[in-house]
Design a protein around this ligand. Structure first.
Ligand code: PEP
Ligand code: MN
Length: 350
């Protein structure tokens, strides 16, 4: 249930409603919508008597929330959530462009790529130090050494770092180096990891499970949000279908659906969706036209020799051409490419 207070409701009226919701066994989530305090009931409590709540002073409306996600939905949080990221922000009207290699392979590779993507207009750097590979014989990533190279690249370019964390015990380590914790498709329902990411209060990029429904995905986001961490961005990276010409099928439908039902920013990852660099630009444009808040793109200085996902990686030149097209499209859909942040001269954070 969601209680919408009238704009004139005083602090006393708001606290009376909160006390009443709590007395029925629920936790409370508070947000604000253009001067209206929104009181959301969270968890399981006694059934509500809607008329009783409507009769309380200062209450304008009472609505059921009959879907399982609560904080991840717009009725609990009507306004778009914006996530500050090193002086920039993720969320409307800015478009966030996260770019970099699939895997951090060496210091030189990641620093060279960071400079190239920044030059082309990227607003954040990606790169995996802990890699979730389908085969145990494939390159598994450089681990903490890779995190150090990413932090060095941030120091040189000012780009905030997005990198994957695969297990809950490593959340504190990855938080020391990363600006955004990426939770990959294979871990979308790793509840211990979601719990740890929620507790960290660090921004999280939550990828869609490759066979997950939108509702399952929002329930995973809810695990993070319910720990008081509202800094969650959702990343559509393609889902499994019968199609084999592409690696996955990019679910463009998910973008307007999520923008309708959820206040969380939505980032599109066309690279993992299509699996072939030559389709990445078209799907990127489709995602922005559909309302995505940004893109995550794999870029490698030498895709033919990449240790992972070379087939889908753009060269820096192709990435620059793509960003130019996005810049042209952005104003047509009321967006702008976020400004790159100046170099900060900071290393790994304590
Ligand atoms: C990645 O971003 O490199 C990655 C492994 O993505 P996903 O979890 O979407 O497969
Ligand atoms: Mn990859």
């Amino acid at each position: 249930m969601v209680v919408i207070m009238s704009t004139g409701a005083g602090a006393r009226e708001v606290s009376d409603v909160i006390a009443r919701v709590r007395s029925m066994g629920y936790d409370v989530h508070l947000s604000d919508d253009k001067g209206h305090t929104i009181i959301g009931a969270i968890g399981e409590g006694r059934p509500f008597d809607f008329d009783q709540f409507m009769a309380l002073p200062g209450v304008q409306n009472v609505m059921p929330a009959d879907h399982p996600y609560k904080i991840a939905g717009r009725d609990y949080h009507p306004n778009d959530i914006q996530i500050p990221l090193n002086g920039a922000r993720v969320g409307s009207p800015d478009l966030t462009i996260i770019a970099g290699p699939c895997s951090v392979e060496s210091r030189q590779q990641v620093i060279e790529t960071a400079h190239a993507v920044k030059e082309a207009g990227a607003t954040a750097l990606r790169g995996g130090a802990f890699k979730p590979r389908s085969s145990p014989y494939s390159f598994q990533g450089l681990g903490e050494e890779g995190l150090k190279y990413l932090a060095e690249a941030r120091e040189e370019t000012g780009l905030p770092v997005v990198t994957e964390v695969m297990e809950s015990l490593l959340v504190p380590l990855v938080c020391q180096y990363a600006d955004v914790l990426q939770i990959g498709t294979r871990n979308m329902q790793n509840y211990a990891l979601l719990h740890a990411a929620g507790e960290s209060q660090h921004p999280v990029l939550l990828k869609r499970g490759m066979s997950s429904t939108i509702e399952e995905w929002l329930m995973s986001a809810e695990y993070i949000l319910s720990h008081g961490n509202m800094q969650v961005m959702l990343c559509e990276r393609g889902i499994r279908t019968f199609e084999t010409y592409t690696r996955n099928t990019f679910d463009v439908n998910a973008i307007p659906v999520l923008k309708h039902i959820s206040p969380l920013p939505v980032i599109a990852d066309p690279s993992h969706a299509v699996g072939k660099w030559e389709y990445v630009e078209a799907v990127s444009m489709a995602a922005i036209a559909a309302g995505a808040d940004g893109l995550m793109l794999e870029v490698h200085p030498d895709p033919a020799h990449a240790k992972s996902d070379g087939r889908q990686s753009l060269t820096p030149e192709r990435f620059a051409a793509l960003v130019e097209k996005v810049r042209q499209l952005a104003p047509i859909v009321g967006r702008r490419v976020g400004e790159p942040v100046p170099a900060r001269g900071l290393g790994a954070r304590g």
